[in-house]
Design a protein around this ligand. Structure first.
Ligand code: UDX
Length: 458
């Protein structure tokens, strides 16, 4: 199949690469020429400046110029295309709705070009990135307005998690394809031939609107599950003496119907999908006069979770942040990524600065450069108080307290570093329960405050 992937962000590039591995002729198109040049170089450092996913560079290197091509000239690659995958950014508006400005601009542009093609074979336009329910229909309208001939539209949402995206795309648990016409289902069956009739992978064919809804329901359910643990499980552990949250989790998730994923209590879930998708679904449901109380609660629990440990440090550990130096470990929204989108650390650091800390000593193994863009002192003078360090140890030295805000593996062994670099009295705020031997730490005089547990005073 000849496939065009329009938009080479994280979703687009992973999709293009994995499709090329299956022997399709794939053209990844983007109007950002610098990006296209970086990808066509096949060089890891250049590619990873834009998208950093384990395994991705190897596929690009292996398939580049044989099955995978990069182009910023759509006109020169459109002839003979069977499918155009729309992988455009869809950022949130302030009111929670999805901003379709980039999507619409790309769709209009693609429509103009496809309308002029000589080839008359059927072409299907496929929405891959998350877009509101009804967007495939909206895309059909754009194509019709431009007089595009012999086309279909489809919704084929991605379910990739960052850090495992290549693996998720190679071995998905399901492939969801929403179309109106048999001809389009047929094209997509050929694109995904390795997944059709697979023993393990569910290949689901449905309407475009159902496919669009599957993505929203899946993501908001996952966030709601995390919020349930944070809003109920963690709170029980924090309020009732002798309740051990880790045992509570084991006991509850022993039931096959209750997932282990999502049961790890935290200072909030971040990332590019959960917050954005729940806000968008709330907006879409309000638009059709449906009560959104449940989704709002899930969203609010998650937002509250990002900062409430700082309040607990004041009220339960008696810590005064004013003029103190606080180390923050873990800036990205989760381990093994440099992605700062909706990261809990943003709210944590803003809250610390609001409480008058003298200095924030920040460390993350991957995300320092992207964090510097988020905490830009020209946007907020208080961000000048943030200093970045090469190691966790350097960040901890000469600080009065530590906030662990992500689940990087290296933080699991951090108690030895704390003991070496920061003698008590010292407060450890653990937003991810990364310190298994916290009782020993408390016994040595440290104050330890974690999500899901009562404060332990040293
Ligand atoms: C998520 C979905 O998992 C994926 O299916 C969808 O396509 C995109 O959104 P991703 O954003 O990459 O993927 O992150 P994920 O690994 O799901 O984690 C999201 C957030 O939840 C992270 O901040 C993570 O640390 C947090 N989390 C996860 C918890 O707080 N507790 C958990 O038990 C699991």
């Amino acid at each position: 199949m000849k496939i065009i992937v329009a938009g080479t962000g994280y979703v687009g590039l992973v999709h293009a690469a994995v499709c090329s591995e299956y022997g399709h002729e794939v053209y990844a198109y983007d109007n950002d020429i610098e990006k296209i040049n970086a990808f066509s170089s096949g060089q890891a450092e250049k590619i990873e400046q834009y998208v950093n996913e384990p395994g991705l560079v190897n596929i690009v290197k292996e398939t580049l110029d044989s099955y995978l091509f990069f182009s910023s000239d759509l006109e020169s690659i459109i002839e003979g295309a069977d499918a155009v995958f729309m992988c455009l950014p869809t950022p949130p508006n302030l009111n929670g709705s999805t901003n379709l400005v980039f999507y619409d601009a790309a769709a209009e542009y693609i429509a103009e070009i496809v309308a002029r093609r000589e080839d008359e074979r059927r072409i299907v336009f496929v929405n891959k990135s998350t877009v509101p329910i009804g967007t495939a229909r909206h895309l059909e309208g754009i194509m019709d307005t431009h007089n595009v001939k012999n086309f279909g539209v489809a919704s084929n949402p991605e379910f990739l998690a960052e850090g495992t995206a290549v693996n998720d795309a190679r071995k998905p648990d399901r492939v969801v394809v929403g179309c109106d016409h048999d001809a389009d289902f047929k094209i997509l069956r050929r694109v995904y031939s390795q997944f059709v009739n697979h023993v393990r992978i569910k290949y689901i064919e449905t309407t475009p609107e159902t496919a669009e809804s599957i993505k929203y329901v899946a993501n908001t359910m996952l966030l709601t599950y995390i919020s349930f643990w944070n809003g109920v499980g963690a709170k029980i552990g924090e309020r009732f003496p002798n309740v051990k949250i880790d045992d509570l989790r084991l006991g509850v998730t022993a039931d096959d119907r209750i997932s282990t994923w999502g049961s790890f209590v935290s200072n909030g879930a971040g990332g590019s999908c959960f917050g954005k998708d729940i806000a968008s679904l709330i907006y879409q449901l309000r638009g059709v006069s449906v009560s959104t109380k449940m989704l709002e609660a899930s969203y609010e629990v998650n937002e509250y979770q990002k900062v409430y440990l700082i309040e607990r440090a004041i009220t339960e550990a008696g810590f005064k942040f004013n003029n103190k130096t606080v180390a923050v470990l873990g800036l990205a929204f989760k381990k093994r990524t440099n992605d700062m989108r909706d990261a809990s650390s943003i709210k944590v650091i803003e809250s610390l600065l609001g409480k008058g800390v003298a200095k924030v000593k920040a460390y993350d193994p991957l995300a320092v450069e992207s964090a510097k863009q988020v905490f830009d002192p020209s946007q907020n003078i208080l961000f000048e108080k943030i200093a970045y360090y090469q190691t966790a140890r350097e960040a901890i030295e000469e600080s009065d307290a530590l906030f662990i805000s992500s689940d990087c593996e290296e933080f699991r062994g951090i108690s030895r570093t704390i003991e070496d670099a920061a003698p008590p009295p010292y407060l450890v705020i653990d937003g991810r329960r990364m310190i298994p031997d916290f009782e020993e730490l408390a016994a040595k005089g440290y104050n330890y405050l974690a999500v899901g547990s009562m404060v332990m005073k040293g």
